[in-house]
Design a protein around this ligand. Structure first.
Ligand code: COA
Length: 308
């Protein structure tokens, strides 16, 4: 549990393993100052190994997710100080380097303005859900720089060339709804449902085997720029790592998942994870017998339990 208080970020740890990391400079639309970055590094480092945190949600206080780098504190106040500039820049890398391969699932809940450098954390979290009326924009062209720090590269990788070029060169904004259509976020929802939908996704992820989930998200990231040969080797090694991590908690996901489906008929992998995937507390007998997926009516569990 993280007890420390921070000046630019609020951390709200829930009992169910979900930790909210809330950018908390609403009066500055959550613009990212050097201090903000120092705090984010410390928070994410801590949460990554914190046993009470299973999943991290990033969001912003007030009307903004984040208005990007702080033009005054991050840019102007460091421009003539190479030492300060390089430290600030290095600390700001939590958004890409740390989040990209973070060991726990991460979600951006984009509640409002998501501008410039804030694209980085939005893109580098594993999932992103936006309010329909959230406002995205690459404002850099309007105030005198290109979308730097990696933003140009990230939008080019994620969006179509047409969209990346259009929004980077015009600085025009787009809504959460448009962001979902373009693949910038997974989905957008009316603001009143934003928290509920985000928690729904978070809870769904928390039902999975955490070692399998971690290996999977790393695999999706890492294989992106590998050759087929390298990817095949990487995936085989990741599979072995998952097995090893699971063994450390007295569990074998692979064997258990198959056994519960084939022998116990306790669940269907197409619709849900096996019983006890999340906490590893599965019983030797698996879980409750499953009802038939084909049955239109609600099947009585006992009669539908065994497949012939
Ligand atoms: N850096 C520094 N300060 C910022 C900021 C940023 N990126 N974004 C907002 N602020 C500050 C404003 O200077 C203002 O501070 P003040 O009250 O001391 O004057 C305060 O936040 C509120 O900003 P304001 O423009 O009045 O709010 P708004 O709700 O009308 O508009 C934005 C919000 C985000 C549309 C607008 O502030 C804006 O265009 N910000 C610049 C974002 C940007 O270009 N970021 C790219 C960085 S790479």
């Amino acid at each position: 549990m993280l007890k420390k208080k921070f000046s630019c970020v609020k951390v709200d740890q829930q009992k169910d393993g979900i930790t909210w990391v809330i950018f908390n400079r609403p009066e500055k639309r959550n613009a990212m100052s050097p201090t903000f970055h120092v705090e984010m590094v410390e928070i994410l480092d801590h949460l990554e190994t914190d046993p009470d945190t299973k999943l991290v949600i990033l969001t912003g206080a007030g009307v903004s997710f984040s208005a990007g780098q702080d033009l005054k504190e991050f840019f102007r106040e460091t421009q003539d100080r190479e030492d300060l500039k390089s430290v600030a820049y290095k600390n700001s890398m939590w958004r890409s380097d740390k989040l990209w391969m973070y060991n726990k699932p991460t979600i951006s809940m984009v509640n409002g303005f998501c501008i410039g450098g804030a694209f980085t954390q939005c893109i580098c979290t594993d999932f992103a859900i936006a309010a329909d009326d959230a406002i995205f924009g690459l404002s850099e062209v309007n105030w005198g720089i290109l979308p730097g720090g990696m933003v140009s590269k990230m939008v080019t990788d994620l969006l179509s060339q047409r969209d990346a070029m259009f929004y980077a060169c015009t600085g025009r904004t787009f809504t959460g709804k448009e962001a979902a259509k373009m693949g910038m976020v997974n989905l957008s929802v009316p603001k009143k449902n934003l928290r509920r939908e985000t928690l729904k996704l978070a809870r769904e992820l928390l039902e999975k085997n955490p070692n399998v989930l971690r290996g999977t998200k790393h695999a999706i990231r890492a294989t992106q720029d590998m050759s087929w040969r390298a990817a095949a080797d990487y995936l085989a090694a990741k599979g072995a790592e998952i097995k090893q991590r699971d063994e450390a908690r007295g569990h074998d996901a692979y064997a258990e998942g198959i056994r519960q489906f084939i022998d116990e008929k306790a669940y269907r992998p197409v619709f849900s994870p096996y019983v006890g995937a999340a906490d590893g507390k599965t019983t030797a007998k698996g879980g409750k017998p499953r009802p038939s997926a084909a049955s239109k009516k609600k099947a009585k569990p006992k009669r539908a339990a065994k497949r012939k």
